[in-house]
Design a protein around this ligand. Sequence first.
Ligand code: SF4
Length: 149
Amino acid sequence: MNYFEFDVTLQEVPGEISLCFSICGCPLKCDGCHSPFLFKKENGKELKEDTYQTILSRYRNYATCVLFMGGEWEKDELILRLQQARCLGYKTCLYTGLENVDIQLLNHLNWVKTGKWIPAKGGLDSVHTNQEFREVDTGKKMNSLFQKK
Ligand code: SF4
């Protein structure tokens, strides 16, 4: 599983400091995608075990969540990475363009963002968006946390 970028982010998961990995190989190819460099599986570099563990250890007392931007097409490896994150006390989140997420993946997630990028509808900060951000355990939709009052 290759990743293009690793960032520490504050906005993608409300109330959490997230270690965010953008995974290469997105098959959805949404019109107007902001990250077309994620289409090719071969882009970026391999998310190696030692690299991943080093990042998780380094940020353990600072960050609170591990967030994957895609990667559901590498289900077994993604589940492993989510398990490893939870073992170290991190919460977990997946951003996907799919409408529905495999139950086996959901079992390892605290939050999930679903829905393709449709420029005319906007992202989670738009009241017209098709995308949904949900807490997995309760199924509660939390889009309002992204929208300005
Ligand atoms: S799901 Fe995200 S990364 Fe994939 S094509 Fe759509 S906007 Fe781009």
